[in-house]
Design a protein around this ligand. Structure first.
Ligand code: FES
Ligand SMILES: [Fe+2]
Length: 385
């Protein structure tokens, strides 16, 4: 958030604390429980949410140098992201043009990718450099058998990829500003490019991917579920909500926000006193913490709507004199709160969704971020209810 926006959010939060209010959605939202469990719905989400629009992949600091690469399975598309010698980040289907083996595994730095099956070799710009046993492939147009390109974009230190190949006549670049819309000033002010990667954790809970996102989208549960952990630091069921197209931003006040009350505007710094939670549609949560950034990305599990794959990354600031144990502690608090409190309950809820006991769940007007998320999903899927 830029300075003026921070001041405005600070005033809104103090007003809510005074009035014991919170930002409200226009109406309650009734969602069918099978949105969390139905296979047809999951297939539709995979096509329309995960395969046909830009997805946030992480901050640029994951791949700072030429040759740095990472691989990831994105809703059934094996993706290879690699920074070329020209500094440009490109995305490819991680599928060999010979017979389909993945040409890279995990992450690292490479000058070229040698397929493990028969050693066809590709450069970091995806071009096929050569095949083994040339006679066996005489006449093959080497120039036309590079890795299949996926659209990618990088700006403000943020990387986006679309997990569907570039179509004929289509640009390979994603316009990141167009994706972020009216949140561009927020991320430009946050300067994600100045945050190196600190840690990566992967989790596969037995919950639908949307529940993993839902859990970050309301502060209503903080005083109850997190009573013994983070609740003393936050004012529960109180927050602001703003949207940018299908994305959302929720700001929740820490109890320490009272320290701002008597300060003039030019001395107010909101950052230590709130947590700002960005929901980047469809599957990413970016949390603007006091001195670092936490990012949660949720993907549907393969063939099971009741499972998901989650990646949690923590990025620390480049300029900081905080000791290593400070970042380790923050990582631990984030992981433990979610793994020991949110997701175990979520797994029980998933069983409830699949039981057929109830037909719907209800998101209240006091949960505007959740209402916006599910309205956005409905509109992207083209479903009425
Ligand atoms: S599948 Fe890659 S070289 Fe054969
Ligand atoms: Fe929670």
């Amino acid at each position: 958030m830029d300075r003026n926006e921070q001041l405005a959010v600070g005033r809104r939060l103090l007003g809510h604390i005074d009035g014991r209010t919170t930002d409200l959605a226009d109406a309650m939202f009734h969602n069918r429980v099978d949105a969390y469990s139905d296979r047809e719905r999951a297939a539709r989400e995979r096509d329309r949410l995960f395969r046909s629009q830009p997805l946030f992949m992480g901050l640029s600091s994951r791949l700072p140098k030429a040759g740095d690469y990472l691989t990831e399975d994105v809703a059934g598309m094996p993706v290879l992201l690699v920074r070329g010698p020209d500094g440009t980040l490109r995305a490819f289907a991680n599928v060999c043009r010979h017979r389909g083996a993945p040409v890279a595994e995990g992450c690292g730095n490479a000058r070229a990718f040698v397929c493990p099956y028969h050693a066809w070799t590709y450069d970091t710009q995806g071009r096929l450099l050569g095949v083994t046993d040339k006679a066996g492939f005489a006449g093959l147009d080497i120039g036309a058998h590079g890795l299949v390109r996926l659209p990618a974009g990088e700006k403000h230190g943020m990387i986006f990829v679309r997990a569907t190949p570039v179509q004929a006549g289509e640009a390979a670049d994603i316009d990141v500003d167009a994706v972020l819309g009216s949140f561009v000033p927020d991320f430009a002010a946050l300067r994600p490019e100045t945050y190196p990667l600190y840690s990566v954790d992967r989790i596969t809970p037995r919950i639908n991917w949307k529940f993993a996102v839902d859990t970050f989208l309301e502060g209503y549960h903080i005083p109850h579920l997190h009573r013994k952990t983070i609740a003393p630091y936050f004012i529960g069921n109180c927050g602001t909500f703003d949207s940018a197209g299908r994305h959302g931003r929720m700001c929740v006040p820490r109890t320490s926000i009272e320290a701002l009350r008597d300060l003039p505007d030019d001395e107010r710094n909101l950052r230590p006193h709130i947590i700002a939670i960005y929901q980047l549609f469809p599957n990413t949560i970016v949390i603007w913490q006091v001195d670092h950034i936490e990012i949660w990305r949720a993907f549907p599990g393969r063939d099971d709507p009741g499972r998901c794959d989650i990646e949690f990354t923590l990025y620390r600031p480049a300029e900081s004199d905080r000791p290593e144990k400070h970042w380790a502690k923050n990582r631990d608090i984030a992981i433990r709160t979610v793994l020991e409190e949110d997701f175990p309950l979520g797994e029980r809820m998933q069983i409830g969704f699949e039981s057929g006991a109830t037909e719907e769940v209800i998101y209240g007007r006091n949960e505007p971020s959740l209402v916006h998320f599910h309205n956005s999903i409905r509109s992207a899927l083209g479903v009425a209810a």
